[in-house]
Design a protein around this ligand. Sequence first.
Ligand SMILES: [Fe+2]
Ligand SMILES: [Fe+2]
Length: 284
Amino acid sequence: MEYTLEEVLTRLEEEMPSLSPTAAKVQELGNDINCPPGDLTRVIKLDPVLTARIMKLVNSSYCSPAEKIVSLEKAIIMMGLNTIKALALSVSVLTHFQGVEIKNIFEIEEFWKHSLAVGVTSKLIAQRRGVDKKIIEDYFLAGLIHDLGLLVESQFYPEEMTEVLEQADQMGLLAAEDYALCNLNHCLIGKALGEKWGFSKDLIAVLLLHHESTISGPYAEIVLTVHLADHLCRTHGIGLALDVAKEMDQQAVYASLGIPETIAEEVLQILPDEINKAMEFLKT
Ligand SMILES: [Fe+2]
Ligand SMILES: [Fe+2]
């Protein structure tokens, strides 16, 4: 068995279907800051299942609207173009992996619980940092997708992943991956998947760099937010807790994000309730 990024890219090409055409189009529109709302509505409505799921979400306690939202047009007006775009992508990613079997490697429900929890925690941290409401849902999406590389890794290399998980507690996940997969890991594989699916640059940075605690550059803020959210969820055993990298001091991360460490307590207090609301994403 070869463990190279080239092999991963070939297998992604041959074995991993594209994200839905609707999701691809939504992403294209999303990159255009002048995209008219009508265009997004038209694209999403081509997919009635996606439309129905978005409508359910916008009316759920996750979004808690002031009044019932009866149309996608109204949802975009009330919640903003970017929010609906992020919700559409979140739903598309979850739909894509529904029914994918991860044979006895880890509990898929626990994986999604971790992913949702990191999404919600990222959003809560961003809210406390005063991030613009218009882009807050991007933080949920970034947290939701951060570990997608683990799913691909488990599909492509099930035997090696079983070994990785056995070693992860002792060695740390990244070291265990290095050992069993010759320097391949879920971050590199996640980045390759993100590129294949046409994810935005900040999401790709999150996939690749979410275990780094000292980064700078244009995506540092969202990457470090997801990093901290991941750290909080893992150290508090929320969802799949296998993601054990060598634990680093988070002081530098708090400092880079310009937030006090007391935020952790605040976030953890409301987190169970917020995760429950986000469970709506897993309902078909
Ligand atoms: Fe990870
Ligand atoms: Fe994680």
